[in-house]
Design a protein around this ligand. Structure first.
Ligand SMILES: Cc1cc2nc3c(=O)[nH]c(=O)nc-3n(C[C@H](O)[C@H](O)[C@H](O)COP(=O)(O)O)c2cc1C
Length: 192
């Protein structure tokens, strides 16, 4: 029987794909689905992390001292622990990564500061804006380097994007998508 916050995962899921938006109709969740589908058709064992199922309060040291690390953060850390690759698909907010992503990783590191250190991380973003969220990707890359996490060289940023009525991202280039996704199979090169 699962506890309230327990999320079932399959231990064979070596690539995790995580969208840093829980908004209904999120375009980053749509890209997340494309990436997961492409990975599966490439034969990867994929786990999709839905952050709506890992809701956490805003990090506060007093809260941690009082209640400990939230169950959701400990469970997410376990998902990270069982994976080899993490694909982060994130919106850009005011030229940076969104608070949901920072808060989630901050809590997860309270289980172990090196919780991401074994992972190869790939970064993707999509936005209705022309830049496609690339500035947030640059910041996330720097942030990951600061905490010793290797990031794949090629990122994917889709600009001027719109969701169609069927949930498709009309201007997503399938060749770029496959070139991005293939990096999950490489052990080299990664940069940090
Ligand atoms: C607070 C806030 C700041 C934003 N700043 C940017 C930005 O700097 N660059 C950009 O391309 N889009 C920006 N946007 C627009 C988002 O890209 C757009 O809302 C996008 O749909 C969010 O991703 P989601 O659909 O996955 O939730 C911003 C949106 C919000 C709410």
């Amino acid at each position: 029987m699962l506890r309230d916050h327990e999320i079932e995962r399959d231990d064979s899921e070596q690539v995790l794909v995580m969208a840093a938006s829980v908004r209904t109709g999120s375009i980053n969740q749509a890209l997340d689905r494309y990436i997961a589908e492409e990975l599966r058709s490439d034969g990867a064992a994929v786990g999709v992390v839905d952050l709506a199922e890992f809701a956490m309060p805003l990090y506060d040291g007093d809260l941690e001292a009082r209640d400990g690390v939230p169950v959701a953060a400990r469970e997410l850390a376990e998902w990270f622990g069982g994976a080899e690759v993490l694909v982060i698909v994130s919106p850009e907010y005011n030229g940076a990564f969104p608070p949901l992503l920072k808060n989630t990783i901050d809590w997860a590191t309270r289980t172990d500061p090196s919780v991401l250190a074994h992972l190869r991380v790939l970064l993707a973003s999509v936005s209705p804006g022309r830049g496609g969220g690339a500035r947030a990707v640059v910041m996330t890359r720097t942030w990951m380097a600061n905490i010793g996490v290797a990031v794949a060289e090629m990122s994917l940023s889709v600009g001027s994007a719109e969701l169609t009525a069927t949930g498709a991202i009309a201007n997503l280039d399938p060749t770029e998508l496959s070139a991005f996704v293939v990096q999950t199979r490489q052990t080299e090169p990664t940069v940090s």
